[in-house]
Design a protein around this ligand. Structure first.
Ligand code: FAD
Ligand code: EPU
Length: 338
């Protein structure tokens, strides 16, 4: 495998910010990965695995090696009357895997259609959209443990999934390279249409008894109408998480701002829509130089072209501070900062 040096990372991140990597290499199998990791020129250098680069912000050059995960393959591991256990290589494009399953009538991940990125990153932040999260039909994953090169298996519990969180984003950060991910999908799926905008889109289309492909089509249409296409405008989706606060704090916020968009989040907790908070703090459509806050979705920070990662990061800090000042709510970044 070829190791490239002093590589421009602009094409490898959907924010399209400029940064360079001291080294870059691709791997298609665990054997190739192991061979790369044993190369003398990579000993002791920091590693960064990238899939589609759709959830990272480079604020500096990467001093070590960027490894592009290109492990391919989709296969059925087990099949019963009602379920199918399907495994995909971490380098498969997530949406292609979703379409592969939808086309075969295997239900469970159709609400996650058109999320950018690769399969291997899906468990990293337990990707979610339109009422479903990866954890809902995740079965297991296999990952290379960097400390000893062993391939280890994680079940859902061991992944410690949370809202846009997992073991791999927290305690296990930088210690594992995810190789394959397996999902338990239903052969008799009951589409999940509880999310309001899916129901509205299906109604608009006159569909009263939707199947999983109808749900997938509806989600694709909603996403295209709401979120900027990174091929056209640099972004990494939601830059922040929707903040979850105690019921007590929620009551105080709602007394002052009765129209704040919010949802119950279990056990005396309430989730507020960060997009609403950021919009109310006056940021929606804000632009300074080449970066800004998207004009239709305030949760998305954008690079109009030529903006730097540190400018985007500095803007995110200003947004966090102003939401804290106006609402007393501490938000968190969702995007992985490098
Ligand atoms: P990358 O950006 O390449 O990597 C993300 C992180 O995972 C990095 O820290 C990287 O080091 C690590 N990583 C990647 N692959 C591996 C691996 N194989 N092993 C170990 N670590 C790894 N997310 C949602 O949850 N819901 C959405 O609705 C959503 N919508 C989006 C819309 C747009 C327009 C965009 C641009 C992004 C959106 N995202 C959404 C965020 C993003 O698509 C997901 O987080 C996706 O899973 C990232 O995949 P990736 O391959 O691009 O990861
Ligand atoms: N809103 C505003 N102003 C805005 C944006 C949103 O008032 O500028 C309000 C909307 O009117 C709505 C509420 O906020 O009442 C929620 O908005 P939306 O349905 O667009 O969803 P979101 O909470 O902004 C989340 C996820 C998305 C996911 C969608 C659909 C997070 C951080 N973001 O966005 O995920 O696609 O729901 O399920 O949870 C991502 O993680 O990158 C991502 C795009």
């Amino acid at each position: 495998m070829e190791i490239l040096h002093a590589v421009d990372l602009t094409p490898f991140n959907t924010f399209h910010v400029k940064a360079s990597a001291a080294h870059l290499a691709r791997f298609r199998t665990v054997e190739e990965l192991r061979a790369l990791l044993s190369r003398p020129e990579l000993q002791g250098v920091p590693l960064l695995v990238l899939g589609g680069g759709s959830n990272v912000l480079f604020t500096r050059d990467w001093p070590g090696v960027v490894l592009l995960n290109e492990i391919a393959g989709m296969e059925v591991l087990e099949e019963t009357g009602g379920h199918v256990l399907v495994r995909a290589g971490a380098g498969e494009v997530w949406h292609n895997f979703v379409m592969h399953c939808v086309d075969r009538g295997w239900g469970g991940i159709e609400n996650l259609s058109l999320i950018p990125g690769r399969v291997g990153a899906a468990p990293m932040q337990n990707i979610g959209a339109y009422g479903v999260e990866v954890k809902d039909c995740f079965h297991h994953l296999e990952a290379l443990r960097l400390s000893d090169g062993a391939v280890v298996r994680f079940n859902a519990e061991q992944c410690r999934f949370g809202y846009r969180e997992s073991f791999f984003k927290r305690e296990g950060k930088g210690q594992y390279i995810i190789l394959t991910v397996a999902f338990m999908l239903s052969k008799n799926p009951v589409p999940d249409t509880h999310y309001g905008s899916i129901r509205q889109e299906l109604e608009r289309r006159g569909i009263t008894a939707p199947g999983i492909s109808d749900v997938s089509d509806a989600v694709i249409a909603i996403r295209r109408s709401k979120l900027p296409d990174p091929a056209v405008l640099g972004n990494a989706g939601s830059f922040f998480k929707n903040p979850v606060v105690s019921a007590e704090q929620a009551a105080r916020i709602l007394a002052a701002h009765p129209d704040a968009a919010h949802y119950p989040a279990g056990d005396d907790q309430v989730k507020f829509a960060a997009g609403w908070l950021i919009e109310q703090a006056g940021w929606k459509g804000f632009r300074e130089g080449n970066i800004g806050v998207h004009k239709d979705q305030a949760l998305v920070l954008v690079n109009y072209g030529g903006g730097s990662g540190s400018e985007v990061y500095a803007l995110s800090t200003r947004v966090l501070e102003s939401v804290k000042e106006k609402f007393g709510v501490e938000m968190e970044r969702e995007v992985n900062i490098v």
